[in-house]
Design a protein around this ligand. Structure first.
Ligand SMILES: [Zn+2]
Length: 252
């Protein structure tokens, strides 16, 4: 099994990340980032909470999981991180060699709701609007595999995978594909922890999508680097403003 979990911490990969990315990842991993949640004055109301969320009436302890995986202040960066991971995996699937016995490359389709891929009536009006991140078409086996990508907090990887499966498994099992003769496979989830944990589920999912065994480790190393790049960007924005994003009184 490819060993990629926390690969950035391994001695033979010290040059994997840039200096800024490594410094940020190291501080996050070992609790050294000066986040409010680490402050030692819990008696002062709100001082350990995320300032951005507190300003909107929500008390959220500001710890790495909140910074990298939950705070609405960084939603745009998380979307970019998600899309960057998806783009790498989709490119790897498209570049994979034709499987032994197959005649055609697998096709990856994105930006389609379930209603566009399934027969009318086999999914409800609400389910029609569901939009998996991608579909992988196997034109030899006539199978369509819905794919979801997620970059949750490392501690919630299993929970996040289960949530995605619960969201799609039932509806995909009931749905009938629009192309004649095709069937839906069980949806797969490509999950990568925000700090670099890679669950076995992701390795199995990449294999199902046709990524060759020898290509999985290099792919996940690239995924890890892009995740760390966006994590460093998040931290840079978090610490860039003295006002911690709380509106400051205007200076006359
Ligand atoms: Zn927040």
């Amino acid at each position: 099994m490819p060993a990629v979990t926390y690969a950035w911490l391994e001695a033979n990969r010290v040059a994997l990340l840039s200096e800024e990315e490594y410094r940020n990842a190291f501080c996050v991993q070992f609790g050294l980032l000066p986040l409010a949640g680490y402050r030692m004055s819990p008696s002062i109301s709100g001082i350990r909470h995320c300032a951005f969320c507190a300003h909107r009436g929500q008390e959220r302890l500001e710890l790495p999981a909140h910074l990298l995986s939950a705070c609405p202040r960084f939603l745009n960066i998380r979307r970019l991180r998600h899309d960057a991971v998806a783009a790498l995996v989709v490119a790897a699937v498209r570049a994979s060699p034709v499987m032994p016995g197959a005649t055609r490359q697998k096709e990856v389709v994105r930006e389609r709701s379930l209603g566009c891929v399934a027969v009318d009536g086999s999914v409800s009006d609400v389910e029609r609007r569901l939009r998996p991140d991608a579909y992988v078409f196997d034109h030899d086996l006539l199978v369509i595999t819905p794919v979801e990508f997620t970059v949750p907090d490392d501690a919630h990887l299993v929970q996040k995978i289960a949530q995605k499966q619960a969201k799609y498994n039932g509806v995909v099992a009931r749905a009938r594909p629009a192309p004649p003769g095709y069937s839906f496979a069980r949806p797969v989830v490509i999950a990568v922890g925000a700090m670099g944990a890679i669950p076995p589920h992701t390795l199995a999912a990449l294999t199902i999508l046709g990524v060759p065994y020898e290509a999985i480790q290099p792919l996940l190393i690239r995924v890890l680097r892009v995740v760390m790049r966006y994590n460093a960007m998040t931290a840079r924005i978090r610490f860039a403003l003295g006002g911690r994003w709380v509106p400051q009184p205007s200076v006359c």
